[in-house]
Design a protein around this ligand. Structure first.
Ligand code: ZN
Length: 374
């Protein structure tokens, strides 16, 4: 066995020697012949160098391929990350755009002039949860203008509330009467969670104004007679025309020809339209809500029917001299919480309150120099 291995080794060594034996190379350049001898060691060194070069090339190629492969994997990861980023950006941007649209719809509805509180409460934009990215930031201009519009709407609402409340106070009425009567400022607001605080505030001030303005519709602020009024008797203690002694007169007397049209001085529901044996004669009584009533006495003809809903300015009867009356006139009363008050300030308020009430049909005015300055 040892012998055969040794013999094989001897065989291989022989082959090796045979491979790298000294070789002669002849070069003929056309004139002379030259001879080069390349020794076995040189050949072996060259072969070794060639082998090392080959091995290095193989190694380097392998390394380069491995590196390329890991680059490809990294690139694939990056592409996946970018795709995820783009998808997220798209979602965020869609959410942001939807939010801006909701805010716009809310503002448009609120400023439309006939917004319904419950509907508007449902439209309240939610506080923004979506993240920001370069795409959503490109909406910053629109968003800024929207915020400004919201701020202006709030300022206009608050100013209009103050003005209306002032006119109401001048009549000796507390504006809070109209909030209480309509269930306070709460109501539908409670149904909205997570509303954007700025829009929630705007909604709260709008709702307060809306309640007051609806309350103002109940305030008798028109004149019951459209023709020139002949004022014959004022409110308060006076000499009773029948008994000749001092008596409280709970209204005012306005004289005119029999048949002069008489109009409701505010929106309400006709509570009474009947003969009154207490001295009013043919009497119409209108309940305006919020504890406010008006009475119209001595009519020659009753036109409004009990239970009928009337608007300010609706014809309710014709002037006459029925009941305890000495001549054709209207006895007109304004009653707050069941107590007769002087109707004169209410009639004098006609201009300012009627102006306020005309505005009930007009949206909250928003504008001013800040509006278009961007
Ligand atoms: Zn009277």
């Amino acid at each position: 066995m040892m012998h055969s291995i040794a013999a094989t080794n001897v065989g291989w060594t022989a082959k090796f020697r045979e491979l790298f034996k000294a070789r002669d190379i002849f070069l003929h350049d056309g004139k002379s012949l030259r001879r080069f001898t390349i020794g076995a060691r040189v050949q072996m060194a060259a072969a070794f160098a060639a082998f090392v070069l080959l091995a290095w090339c193989a190694f380097a190629t392998f390394q380069a391929m491995a590196a390329m492969n890991s680059d490809v994997v990294e690139m694939q990861r990056q592409v996946a990350r970018m795709q995820a980023d783009v998808a997220q950006m798209r979602t965020e941007t869609q959410q942001h755009a939807a939010m801006l649209e909701r805010r716009q719809a809310f503002l448009a509805e609120m400023l439309s002039g006939d917004a319904d509180a419950a509907e508007l409460a449902q439209m309240l934009p939610q506080a923004e949860a979506a993240g920001h990215n370069p795409l959503t930031r490109s909406y910053a201009g629109v968003e800024g203008m929207q915020q400004e519009l919201a701020a202006q709407a709030k300022a206009a609402t608050v100013a209009r509330y103050r003005e209306t409340a002032q006119a109401v106070r001048q009549l000796g009425l507390n504006p809070a009467r109209f909030h209480r009567a309509r269930g306070g400022v709460g109501g539908p607001l409670e149904e909205v969670d997570n509303a954007d605080p700025r829009f929630r505030e705007l909604f709260a001030s709008w709702r307060q104004l809306e309640q007051l303005e609806q309350g103002v519709a109940a305030i008798p602020s028109a004149r019951p007679i459209r023709t020139e009024i002949a004022f014959t008797s004022g409110f308060g203690v006076r000499s009773d025309p029948f008994r000749g002694r001092a008596a409280m007169h709970g209204g005012i007397d306005l004289a005119g020809p029999i048949g002069t049209p008489i109009y409701a001085t505010a929106d309400g529901i006709v509570q009474r339209s009947e003969w009154n044996s207490g001295g009013y004669g043919n009497l119409v009584e209108i309940n305006h809500g919020q504890g406010i009533q008006t009475r119209y006495g001595h009519m020659s003809r009753l036109i409004a029917r009990p239970g009928q809903r009337v608007r300010r300015g609706d014809l309710i009867g014709l002037m006459g001299s029925t009941g305890r009356s000495t001549g054709s006139h209207l006895h007109y009363e304004v009653r707050i919480d069941g107590r007769a008050v002087n109707p004169i300030p209410f009639m004098q308020s006609t201009e300012s309150l009627a102006a306020l009430q005309r505005r009930l049909d007009a949206p909250v005015a928003v504008g001013g120099p800040a509006g278009g300055s961007r």
